[in-house]
Design a protein around this ligand. Structure first.
Ligand SMILES: O=P(O)(O)OC[C@H]1O[C@H](O)[C@H](O)[C@@H](O)[C@@H]1O
Ligand SMILES: [Fe+2]
Length: 187
């Protein structure tokens, strides 16, 4: 297990038990997320090697196998591009109507949902919060706090990730801080 993910004591309890299991770790840097953020000028002033979030996934069965489950731990660094908070890329599932659970472990954020008609809504993510993401719904997590936001996830092993439409069209709402206040800008 990478050192970063076990720094938070609460994550450690889970991360420790993932030792020896089939875990894949990845980090998304600002350079991987240029299309995501609104303020291109602010983006270009930042270090492209700045990590935005890191994910450890436990895959007990083969990808795409039906009937299994996958498990993920994600940590989003605190930070902003212009006024816009660091967040995950967000995705639909390739197998469209598959659902997912997210739950807050540490820190403070927003889980943004968007259905196929581009209608958006949000739930606050805090320590211990539990979130059901229905099928056909894109999901993105935004760290609105000043510390690391850690959350867990569990999804069907045949769900798959579909990043395409979000990469192209984004979500229809953005979460930004303006004059010290959190605001949601809708399209
Ligand atoms: O895939 P992203 O939108 O970048 O989100 C980051 C990750 O968050 C959770 O752990 C999800 O369940 C993973 O499937 C996802 O990969
Ligand atoms: Fe998902």
């Amino acid at each position: 297990m990478r050192q970063g993910i076990i720094q938070s004591s609460k994550m450690f309890l889970v991360a420790n038990r993932l030792e020896g299991k089939k875990v894949e770790s990845s980090i998304r840097y600002l350079s991987d997320m240029e299309a995501v953020f609104m303020d291109k000028v602010a983006f270009s002033a930042l270090d492209p090697q700045q990590p935005v979030y890191e994910v450890d996934c436990y895959f007990p069965v083969a990808d795409n196998k039906s009937g299994g489950l996958f498990f993920g731990l994600t940590r989003i660094f605190p930070g902003k591009v212009g006024g816009e908070f660091f967040m995950t890329k967000g995705h639909f599932h390739s197998n469209n109507d598959t659902a997912e659970f997210y739950w807050g472990i540490k820190g403070k954020g927003l889980l943004l949902f968007m259905d196929k008609t581009r209608k958006v809504w949000a739930e606050e993510m805090t320590e211990g919060s539990v979130h059901y993401i229905p099928g056909n719904t894109a999901h993105r997590v935004i760290n609105t706090g000043v510390e690391m936001l850690s959350f867990g996830a569990c999804w069907p092993s045949d769900a798959g990730h579909d990043y395409g439409s979000i990469e192209k069209e984004g979500f229809s709402a953005r979460v930004v801080e303006k004059d010290g206040k959190l605001i949601i800008i809708e399209e």
